[in-house]
Design a binder for this molecule. Structure first.
Ligand SMILES: C[S@@+](CC[C@H](N)C(=O)[O-])C[C@H]1O[C@@H](n2cnc3c(N)ncnc32)[C@H](O)[C@@H]1O
Length: 262
């Protein structure tokens, strides 16, 4: 795997390499098929059948396909061809003919300004190398008054947990850049010319395997070492449990909706 050693002291792999190797996993992953979260995004989208949607970092298409029955057209964009191949298989299986896929990067979107009523981006923003540029591009292609919906991993306002959760996510996936706190998201959106309507935090209690599946033995050992070194207070903050089948703990997420105001 080629690694970029310039990123925040941690070698970073390209998202395309990481997701190219793991594409099949994302089709059925519990985290990515979470019907409650997908349903919440549908509810917040305010979509109607005449509206257009762009889903950034569409991966295997779960978000695009959840929004499709409520929209006129949906385009899912992703830089990883293997993910889009899985998305196309799912699209055919579900029979949506208003959904198409585009190979591309959020940093350079191939559409004119004011093109979409809704831009969605679920569980992908923590991979973006330049989040301000990504938000600028998402905002540019959004129509004035249009809605941006973000769903992503996040961190609480606790510097130690922030570092720890970002380390765990990088060990899980070397293309990881940063999980942003709710406050960081608000500030980023406001700077991009968006009015934040809503930020909803939520957690999911998951088995350790959700972090370690497909990960090298060396990185799994480091994940275990970091978790074993938690203070009792941090264990409480993460809801860490030692069950017969292994460790379980909380993963932090947020959903944000914002409107383009300028
Ligand atoms: C966890 S998957 C996305 C899941 C998907 N959005 C869903 O709702 O199931 C993350 C995706 O982000 C994509 N990605 C990473 N960097 C990107 C970038 N710079 N621009 C657009 N997509 C990117 C990856 O290729 C990968 O498919």
């Amino acid at each position: 795997m080629t690694e970029d050693t310039s990123s925040q002291g941690r070698p970073r792999a390209s998202a395309r390499e990481v997701f190219g190797e793991r594409a099949a996993y994302y089709v059925t992953s519990t985290a990515h098929t979470d019907a409650q979260v997908l349903g919440r995004l549908v509810d917040l989208s305010g979509l109607s059948p005449d509206m257009s949607v762009l889903d950034i970092g569409t991966g295997t298409g779960h978000t695009a396909l959840a929004l499709a029955p409520h929209a006129g057209t949906v385009i899912g964009l992703d830089p990883t061809p293997e993910m889009l191949a899985e998305a196309e298989a799912l699209r055919r299986e579900r029979g949506y003919d208003n959904v198409s896929w585009m190979l591309g990067d959020v940093a350079d979107l191939p559409w004119a300004a004011n093109s979409f009523h809704v831009v969605a981006c679920r569980r992908a923003a923590h991979h973006f190398l330049d989040i301000e540029r990504a938000l600028g591009e998402m905002c540019r292609v959004l129509r004035r008054g249009g809605r941006l919906m973000i769903d992503d991993r996040t961190v609480p306002n606790d510097p130690d947990l922030d570092v720890l959760l970002n380390q765990l996510d990088w060990l899980h996936d070397h293309s990881h850049v940063r999980d942003y706190s709710a406050d960081e998201w608000r500030a980023l959106c406001e700077r991009a010319g968006l009015h934040v309507e809503r930020v909803e935090g939520y957690t999911r209690h998951r088995h350790l395997s959700s972090l370690t599946e497909g990960v090298s033995t060396e990185d799994v050992a480091e994940i275990r070492r970091l978790l074993a070194a938690l203070s009792p207070e941090q264990e409480g903050q993460l809801g860490l449990e030692r069950r017969a089948d292994g460790l379980w703990f909380d993963h932090y997420y947020l959903i944000l909706s914002a409107r383009r105001i300028s």
